[in-house]
Design a protein around this ligand. Structure first.
Ligand code: MOS
Length: 754
């Protein structure tokens, strides 16, 4: 890598290269594609959550103008199940293909599909389908008690996920601990709410299938569809050029994809199916509700002696998605005696799935809240308590951390937030007639590499093209790819073409786990090195080339120019000149990153770390609570693009404010429906709820992840923030809220008066 500091584009704030396309409305999202003869499909949603279809009457719907087909179990044709292949191939969280049986297991499950010339005609026909059910009372009970064998290991998508963990004798250590804490924390079901609705446009050409879908993992989707429709993988092409955010809801294919494909097969035309906002709350995943009991035992000085984390989460009737609340529990603190254990409770709900920071986000809300309560009990500063229990190694695996700088994060956070001014007594801090509450929490999030492949072209017009079949879900992957290619080829950013989001490209990683950046760096760099090696061969083998007399090993490439090493970089020749002289449009190279995710015997424990400090204001007279200030400090290795990195953390903190104070999905006990299934009733944090956010990165490259030391960034920002806010709420009001979100009614018991 050229270390010429003045030309490097790594670590510099770079505006999105795709920004102009987005703000000018020319970026094409999946449902923006139109095709001649395209038809529209609208699903019929079950209006019960538990029962059987008794009768499905499509006669009236079929007669409506413009209606081409009404599909249901008897006429949809074969859709097979997908199975998980090796790596990210065939993962489908809701495994039952649509219409496989006549059982309804959750509200909104698709029971039929209307296909028509226009969206309006399809919607009219869907509404005209008459369905009668044998109906049972749904179980959507909020209180969770484990109802299956907790020793059953869920089918998770990677061995990297720590499921249960135990060391020492946590029961005995807890029993004899001088200081004890035993509390239960509850997080509600939450729904991802990307503004871009999910949907698919599918079309067949003989036995070849093309689908436009806003996927966070196009290659996995290709594998799933190939299995469902009995096709060789190479006959399936998935295209996702832009994604209007996903937050995990678009990681894995949902049943509507199969419906669009089956409908297109039936009618022999392209079919577009876009979900309604209401459907987004029913059938494309959500964050599972959790109940987490945390028991901490400590010495009077605050040294942890025992940590137990027992959690239960809800799951759907058929599926096995694991909400891994213990993700960070086993390694975050030094503690000799520990147990992490889970149970599950089946409910008549749509299948839960990954939602931004899955597992760790609800998990750290519980464990970090418990640490704050313990600090309170011990009358120790919560930051000091954490530093006192900082581990030297990952005690759960007995291996070193590749790079852990949480203490440095705390130190910077203390300074930036001015934490030393905090007076610990509840209600003791005031400003402008408002009570102030200050709280904090730490966080962690997994880091690893997924397998990745990339190609780099050097072209005779002086441009370069980098291709990787990953996705940009709004996080800045287009720009990161351009930065990596520019760095290696010396081509300015505005002359780099980036191709992603298409399964015809080299296989890229899923946009999940905040792992794309860390995964693609070795692949792009190797691809560029191979393209440069080809160029040097061209340079020495082209008659009339200035390097005709040299061997490739004599040459060097830097800043887009080839030169003889012995002569230094002066007099280098631009690569475009060499290609034109050889009458070559381009040379190309391919590269690969090996996976580290799922390594059963890792040498290092790799994670990102960080902390949040939050200030709330409390106005007791009118029970008004606001988040007033947040300082976040993140250790995510080297930051490739500080502008996009900061944006990721800010976005996550906004979601964290929503998690702490606003977001929750309620299920109707009678119908089983998620009742606040729209953006008016499902409340997310908006600009008026968001104060000044301050984001800092500590800069410690993690060379175990890749040569640049970048671990990737995103989800870490949502971990811990809700615990910091609820701690601040306690500091201001004296009320410990242990069930999210914090509601005004929780705070009416506050003893703090103005
Ligand atoms: Mo993230 S939940 O891995 O999209």
């Amino acid at each position: 890598m050229p270390e010429s500091a003045q030309t490097s584009v790594i670590g510099k704030p770079q505006p999105r290269i795709d920004g102009p396309l987005k703000v000018s409305g020319t970026a094409q999202y999946a449902s923006d594609f139109h095709f001649p003869g395209m038809l529209y499909a609208v699903p019929v949603e079950a209006t019960i959550a538990n029962g059987k279809i008794q009768k499905l009457d499509t006669a009236a719907a079929e007669k409506m103008p413009g209606v081409r087909a009404v599909l249901h179990r008897a006429n949809i044709g074969k859709i097979s199940r997908s199975v998980m292949g090796k790596g990210f191939d065939g993962i489908c969280i809701e495994r039952r293909p649509p219409f496989e049986d006549d059982v309804v297991r959750y509200y909104g499950q698709y029971v039929a599909l209307a296909v028509a010339d226009t969206f309006e005609a399809a919607k009219g026909a869907a509404d005209a389908v008459r369905v009668t059910y044998n109906k049972n009372k749904p179980n959507v009970e909020a209180d969770l008690k484990a109802d299956d064998d907790p020793d059953v290991v869920p089918t998770s998508y990677g061995p990297e996920k720590r499921l249960q963990s135990e060391r020492g004798d946590p029961d005995a250590a807890f029993a004899s601990a001088p200081v004890k804490l035993d509390q239960t924390y509850v997080t509600p079901a939450e729904h991802h709410n990307p503004i871009e609705l999910q949907g698919a446009t599918a079309m067949w050409d003989g036995d070849k299938l093309t689908i436009y879908e806003e996927s966070q993992g196009i290659f996995n989707m290709r594998g799933v569809l190939a299995q469902m429709f009995g096709l060789p993988k190479e006959n399936v092409r998935v295209i996702t050029k832009f994604v209007g955010s996903g937050f995990g809801s678009k990681l894995w294919p949902w049943t509507h994809c199969a419906l669009a494909v089956a409908a297109a097969r039936q009618v022999g035309k392209p079919v577009k199916l876009v979900l309604s906002r209401k459907m987004m709350f029913q059938s494309v995943g959500h964050r599972a509700r959790t109940q987490q009991r945390v028991r901490l035992g400590a010495t009077a000085e605050g040294k942890l002696v025992s940590l137990q984390h027992d959690y239960v989460y809800h799951r759907s009737m058929l599926d096995n998605y694991h909400e891994n609340c213990g993700e960070a529990t086993a390694f975050q603190y030094s503690v000799p005696n520990l147990r992490v254990k889970f149970g599950r409770a089946q409910r008549n709900i749509g299948t839960p799935s990954d939602m931004r920071g899955p597992g760790a986000v609800p998990g750290l809300y519980a464990t970090e809240s418990a640490m704050n309560e313990l600090a309170d009990q011990l009358k120790i500063d919560p930051v000091k308590l954490r530093i006192l229990n900082e581990p030297k190694i990952d005690e759960s695996l007995g291996i070193p951390f590749s790079s852990r700088h949480l203490v440095e994060c705390f130190e910077l956070g203390l300074e930036k937030f001015d934490w030393s001014k905090r007076t610990p007594e509840v209600g003791s801090m005031k400003r402008d007639g408002l009570i102030l509450g200050w709280g904090m929490a730490g966080c962690a999030w997994i880091a690893a590499r997924f397998p990745a492949e990339a190609s780099v072209h050097l072209r005779d017009d002086g441009t370069t093209r980098v291709a990787c079949g990953t996705q940009d879900i709004g996080t800045g992957t287009y720009t990161i790819l351009a930065q990596l290619a520019a760095e290696k080829t010396g081509v300015p950013l505005n002359r780099v073409e980036v191709a992603l989001g298409d399964t015809s490209l080299p296989e890229g990683p899923v946009s999940g786990g905040s792992m794309v950046t860390g995964s693609i760096i070795p692949a792009v760099f190797a691809a560029a090195d191979n393209a440069i090696a080809s160029l040097l061969t061209v340079a020495t083998s082209t008659p009339g080339s200035p390097f005709e007399k040299n061997k490739p090993a004599d040459l060097a490439f830097e800043g887009g120019r080839v030169f003889v090493k012995a002569n230094g970089s002066a007099g280098g020749v631009p690569f475009a000149d060499l290609l034109r002289r050889a009458n070559l449009r381009f040379v190309t190279g391919s590269g690969k990153s090996e996976a580290s995710f799922g390594d059963p015997n890792p040498k290092f424990s790799t994670h990102s770390f960080g902390c949040h400090f939050a200030e709330v204001t409390w106005q007791p007279a009118i029970a008004r609570l606001r988040v007033n200030r947040v300082v976040s400090v993140i250790d995510a290795g080297r930051i490739i693009n500080p502008l996009a990195g900061r944006n990721q953390i800010e976005g996550a903190v906004v979601m964290g404010i929503g998690m702490a104070l606003l977001e929750h999905t309620s299920y109707d006990q009678q119908s089983g429906a998620p009742i606040n299934s729209n953006l008016a009733d499902y409340i997310v944090a908006v600009n008026a709820d968001v104060p000044k956010l301050e984001v800092h990165f500590v800069d410690f490259p993690d060379k175990e992840i890749n040569e640049l030391g970048a671990r990737g960034i995103g989800e870490i920002g949502l971990a811990g923030i809700a615990a910091a806010i609820t701690d601040a709420v306690h500091h201001a009001t004296g009320v410990r809220v242990r069930e999210l979100p914090v509601k005004i009614e929780h705070l009416l018991t506050s003893s703090v008066l103005a």
